[in-house]
Ligand binder design. Structure first.
Ligand code: MN
Length: 633
């Protein structure tokens, strides 16, 4: 035995034989037959000696191969003779003569986060998605594409461990898997930032894994509908973006219009995303921390809302070490009026996707968006409601939701008064689930009523129970809908009883009926229904009474709400013209082509309303009158 010439020469032409010196972490996979290893005796028995070549790799040198006696702790060089089927390893003692030692640094195999088992030691490799400093350890949330797990690293109580590591860095964490507050967590013994090639290859692996897992589920739409097919790949793009966002551990914030269609759009998407977040994260509280849904009262993203959202996002980053959120706008967000809000967000890394069916201004908004779904972009229109699109979006994210969502597009369509041909298919689909048409309309009314009183609150649970999506008690759903829709109906009747005697009527030259009413003086204020809905309800009554083209205008001191049937209005266009023509009117607003609202300054009300009526008098009648005035409720 000679050890004198040990050491790696690093010279490729070296003809001396090689003896491996395995690192303690090396495993059975790292050794092979005929290779030679530095070993240490760990046991002496009658029939030979047991030797270790690493912490976990040991074997027997049979007594017949021993040239002398050994004691525990003696060092020797062995050659691996055989790995038996049961894993036992047989070595021979060898005298290699001239040799060189090659050190083998076996890093322990990393374990997929999804298969971590409590009570075991494990190594994980992935990207840091969040770093939260607690009063005790620093918590690094690490993502390897199979899941996201919290890794606790302790420096001193309340002191940031590994200050060189930042969000998005790739790290290797070695530690024990434990349960902490019901969730798997790694108590890190070591946490190292990967650099160079190791980081690059880990990044590439992670990207590939995330890309694959972000792919939306390939679901057949609930009903066959050629118009919808044109939108499908755009919706898939949003589904892919949202899944990727969840996989990257980024929070998601949803803003939606606070009405029936907006709720039908956002509730299924919320459920789908929360389910997916729960699937990706080991922490059961992750859906609560990473998802937030908020209604918007205005039909666009108001500066007040965006400023609050931005402030909330920046606080989340500062206090919880979170990434900035992804913003999803539903049943809102396609118009020029949304631009200032988006510009405000553009100061920070906040991606935005929009699913909306209001008449869009693509040139204005699209430079600021990461994805934009709107039927008008494909020669379709508002009759494809956001709720219809978002049920498919939710199913692409989590197809298991399908059974609980079949009634939702019908509720969305009825509450937005969609006249899409496909409505009869959607209603039939809901009927097959036990919902009558009246039930569906009542659900829409109840949602609208709840949204009104919830104001700026999301109304978790309550709205789920009303819509019967993620609702645990069917009886409660029915009772709640009955109660709320009856109250809504009673309030509408009361409001219309007050308003109707004050409605002015004139016949426009085109033959259309024009109804106008001063809501400020003749409607109950600060109650349900608000001016928009009051005007809508009045309008629906007039359409039914006359069976002819109708325009209805409900106005307040500084606003007007417009509804029309059988008349070709282009409200966004009218708003633009009024703003030009009425100097000092301060006119702005918009909405759908035939449903919208405008604002102006109080002192110019008369001028603005007069000009508005002139414009509406000039509007052509719709040739498809008979189909557009049909309201079969
Ligand atoms: Mn809508």
């Amino acid at each position: 035995m000679t050890d004198a010439n040990a050491g790696d020469s690093g010279n490729g032409s070296d003809s001396r034989s090689v003896v491996y010196d395995l690192a303690p972490a090396c495993a059975a996979d790292d050794v092979e037959v005929n290779a030679r290893y530095h070993a240490v005796v760990n046991g002496v028995v009658d029939y030979g000696v047991f030797v270790d070549v690493s912490d976990s790799v040991s074997g027997l040198v049979h007594e017949s191969n021993l040239d002398r006696t050994y004691r525990v702790g003696d060092r020797l060089i062995v050659e691996l003779v055989e790995i038996k089927e049961n894993g036992d390893i047989a070595f021979d003692v060898v005298d290699p003569g001239q040799y060189r030692t090659v050190t083998v640094d076996c890093a322990p195999e990393s374990v997929p986060i999804a298969s971590l088992a409590p009570g075991e030691d494990a190594v994980v490799e992935g990207a840091v998605v969040q770093i939260k400093q607690t009063g005790g350890p620093t918590i690094f949330h690490v993502n390897d594409g199979t899941g996201i797990v919290a890794c606790a690293a302790f420096e001193q109580a309340g002191v940031r461990a590994h200050p060189d590591v930042e969000v998005t860095d790739l790290v290797r964490v070695n530690g024990s898997v434990e349960r902490h507050d019901g969730a798997k967590q790694i108590e890190a013994d070591s946490l190292d930032r990967l650099t160079g090639e190791a980081a690059e290859s880990a990044r590439a692996d992670l990207d590939a894994a995330l890309k694959e897992r972000a792919e939306p589920n390939d679901v057949e739409p609930l009903v066959e509908w050629p118009a919808f097919e044109k939108l499908r790949s755009d919706i898939e793009t949003v589904a892919r973006l949202l899944r990727r966002t969840v996989l990257e551990g980024r929070p998601i914030r949803v803003r939606h219009h606070a009405d029936g269609d907006g709720m039908c759009a956002s509730i299924p998407v919320q459920l789908a995303l929360e389910n997916f977040i729960a699937e990706v994260h080991e922490d059961p509280d992750a859906p609560r921390h990473l998802f937030k849904r908020l209604p918007s009262k205005a039909p666009f993203y108001e500066m007040e809302d965006v400023t609050r959202d931005l402030n909330f996002a920046l606080e989340g980053r500062a206090r919880h070490g979170q990434k900035l959120p992804f913003l999803l706008m539903l049943d809102n967000g396609s118009t020029e009026e949304d631009v200032p809000a988006y510009e405000n967000l553009a100061h920070y890394d906040i991606p935005i996707a929009v699913v909306d069916h209001h008449h869009p201004d693509p040139e204005a908004v699209e430079p600021l968006l990461d994805a934009h779904v709107n039927p008008y972009l494909h020669d379709e229109d508002y009759r494809i409601t956001t709720g219809m699109m978002c049920v498919e979006l939710a199913r692409m994210i989590d197809p298991d939701l399908t059974d609980g969502l079949r009634h939702v597009p019908a509720v969305a369509g009825l509450s937005d008064r969609s006249k899409a041909e496909v409505m009869s298919d959607y209603v039939a689909l809901a009927e097959s689930e036990g919902y009558g048409r009246d039930d569906l309309e009542d659900i829409g009314e109840a949602l609208d009523y709840a949204a009104h009183w919830l104001r700026y609150d999301a109304g978790e649970t309550l709205v789920n129970d009303v819509l019967n999506v993620g609702c645990e008690d069917e009886t409660r759903h029915r009772e709640l809908v009955d109660f709320l829709s009856e109250r809504a109906e009673r309030d509408v009747d009361r409001q219309l009883a007050a308003v109707e005697p004050h409605v002015d009527h004139e016949r426009l030259e085109s033959g259309a009926h024009l109804y106008t009413v001063d809501l400020d003086n003749f409607a109950h204020r600060f109650t349900y229904p608000a001016p928009g809905k009051t005007t809508g309800n009045l309008h629906d009554r007039k359409v039914m009474e006359t069976g002819e083209p109708v325009i209805t205008v409900g106005y307040g001191p500084d606003f007007a709400v417009l509804r029309s049937d059988g008349v070709r209005l282009d409200i966004p266009q009218m708003v633009a013209e009024l703003n030009e023509e009425v100097t000092g009117g301060g006119v702005n607003g918009g909405g759908h082509l035939v449903v919208g609202s405008i604002k102006f300054v109080k002192g110019m009300r008369e001028e603005v309303i007069d000009s508005l009526v002139d414009k509406m008098a000039d509007a052509d009648l719709d040739e498809e009158l008979s189909s557009t005035v049909t309201i079969d409720s």
